[in-house]
Design a binder for this molecule. Structure first.
Ligand code: SF4
Ligand code: SF4
Ligand code: SF4
Length: 280
């Protein structure tokens, strides 16, 4: 029993985190939705991590679709909640701590201090589709285009703040349509960039405005890929298999593209010496 707990420590911690969030929000708001919502996401993520640790193929895709489709179709389209960054600004300006503000706090602002960019590897509905494209590992060097994300970030902030400044009517409806149109644009752009740069995650590397929140917090992430140098034979198979160009052989927080790691586990699976693992 003790051995099982030790082997599945990350799965248990992850489930406990989501359960704590679910219960805290349910008890403070008396809203059953939070209990069901965070339990569902926690169960999906925990099952996915468990399956991944047992080397089950497509385990990560299972979580991506389980969480991503739920958020995109159920929360976004059916419940009409804008879960994109515009929705975050919208609820923030309203002074309301619900929907996108809670989602951003848990997945993209506070959560990354524990699980880094796990959101990008296991739950994002944009990444979910990009990961199905043919260029799973980048076929060319990384471009110096990361500055574009800051422009997109500012544009989203300007767009929503303008709606409030100019007292535009029916903002809720505008938020719903901007969610739909924004996602269509993201998918088209993401797929085009993947083919242009021969890199599935080009959109994540250069365009996505959410990384402005994710990158600083994930620098301090508790969970990180680390290398046991006593086992490593320096074959670099890990680096070649990384979709985000991370130098995971360097354990320092300042390692090259360290804040880009999405904890996908590709490097771990491709290491012939079992020298890599996700640790704290
Ligand atoms: S970088 Fe953006 S688009 Fe890519 S997986 Fe993360 S949140 Fe999704
Ligand atoms: S794949 Fe494993 S053995 Fe090869 S360089 Fe990476 S950590 Fe070292
Ligand atoms: S391959 Fe390894 S270092 Fe690269 S993103 Fe995936 S888990 Fe992180």
């Amino acid at each position: 029993m003790f051995k099982w707990i030790k082997e599945n420590k990350i799965v248990i911690i992850m489930m406990l985190i989501f359960e704590t969030v679910a219960l805290s929000l349910f008890l403070s708001t008396k809203n059953l939705f939070y209990l069901l919502n965070f339990n569902y996401i926690g169960i999906c993520v925990s099952i996915g991590i468990y399956l991944m640790s047992h080397k089950v193929k497509y385990a990560r895709n299972f979580v991506q679709f389980g969480v991503g489709l739920y958020m995109l179709i159920y929360l976004g389209v059916i419940c009409r909640e804008n879960m994109q960054i515009e929705g975050f600004w919208y609820y923030l300006f309203l002074g309301v701590f619900e929907a996108a503000t809670i989602h951003y706090f848990v997945a993209k602002i506070a959560g990354p201090l524990f699980f880094g960019r796990g959101w990008c590897g296991y739950a994002c509905w944009t990444g979910m589709i990009l990961d199905l494209l043919p260029y799973k590992t980048p076929k060319s060097d990384r471009k110096k285009l990361g500055w574009i994300r800051y422009i997109v970030f500012l544009l989203s902030l300007t767009f929503v703040s303008s709606l409030f400044i100019f007292k535009v009517e029916n903002i809720e409806n505008i938020m719903f349509w901007s969610f739909l149109i924004g996602n269509i644009i993201y998918y088209i752009l993401g797929i085009l960039l993947a083919f242009i740069f021969k890199d599935n995650r080009a959109f994540c590397k250069y365009i996505c405005p959410i990384t402005v929140f994710l990158k600083p917090a994930s620098y301090f992430s508790y969970l990180r890929v680390k290398c046991d140098k006593s086992k490593c034979i320096n074959c670099k198979k890990c680096i070649k298999s990384c979709p985000m160009n991370v130098d995971m052989l360097n354990d320092s927080r300042k390692r090259r593209y360290g804040t880009e790691c999405i904890l996908c586990g590709n490097c771990i699976r491709n290491c012939p010496k079992n020298a890599l693992d996700i640790k704290h």
